[in-house]
Ligand binder design. Structure first.
Ligand SMILES: Nc1ncnc2c1ncn2[C@@H]1O[C@H](COP(=O)(O)OP(=O)(O)OP(=O)(O)O)[C@@H](O)[C@H]1O
Ligand SMILES: [Mg+2]
Length: 162
């Protein structure tokens, strides 16, 4: 199942992210796909807010650490894999632990996890996830497509946004 959204400003994206965040659950992994400047970080800021991360917390992409953790109603992990050049660089970062935790993980440049021989499965033992594809339409307009992967017939609460 999938849901489409449109946003027409960065503020719109924050509001949408917040709505999505309110419908996420402990253990959810959200993969964000989209070109440079598509709005992955902006959407993440909204999602974090929706998960109860305080307004004062400035959510921005993790640079050297790759993972930032925020305290929400459940822990929120923001991961940015932009700088990852080979799967080896994913080792020893403790990401398996993050992905199997009871937090919500949001991953920018999630395509870096799809280098497995079986291209339909991401690395690091991730079995089910939510993916959001963001497409730049015009300067401030974006189309977003959200789908769940391998979640079986159990409908995820995020589909209440449909
Ligand atoms: N509808 C929109 N949704 C999201 N961002 C928008 C929108 N309209 C304008 N913007 C602007 O586009 C930029 C998106 O930047 P952002 O850092 O969120 O993108 P990103 O996908 O994370 O980029 P990167 O690939 O560099 O990590 C911001 O300057 C934001 O204000
Ligand atoms: Mg970003």
């Amino acid at each position: 199942m999938n849901i489409q959204f449109e946003t027409h400003s960065a503020d719109d994206a924050l509001i949408l992210g917040e709505k999505i965040g309110r419908h996420l659950e402990a253990g959810d992994i959200v993969f964000l796909f989209g070109d440079l400047g598509a709005g992955k970080t902006t959407l993440t800021q909204g999602i974090a807010r929706g998960l109860g991360v305080a307004k004062e917390e400035y959510v921005r992409s993790p640079t050297f650490t790759l993972v930032n953790q925020y305290k929400g109603k459940i822990p929120v992990f923001h991961i940015d894999l932009y700088r990852i050049e080979s799967p080896h660089e994913l080792e020893d970062l403790g990401l398996e632990e993050v992905f199997s935790s009871e937090g919500v993980s949001i991953v920018e440049w999630a395509e870096k996890l799809f280098t497995h021989e079986d291209a339909s499965l991401p690395l690091l033992g991730i079995e089910r996830w939510i993916e959001i594809h963001i497409k730049i339409e015009q300067k401030d307009s974006r189309k977003l497509d959200l789908k769940t992967r391998n979640m079986g017939s159990t409908e995820h609460p995020v589909f209440a946004l449909h």
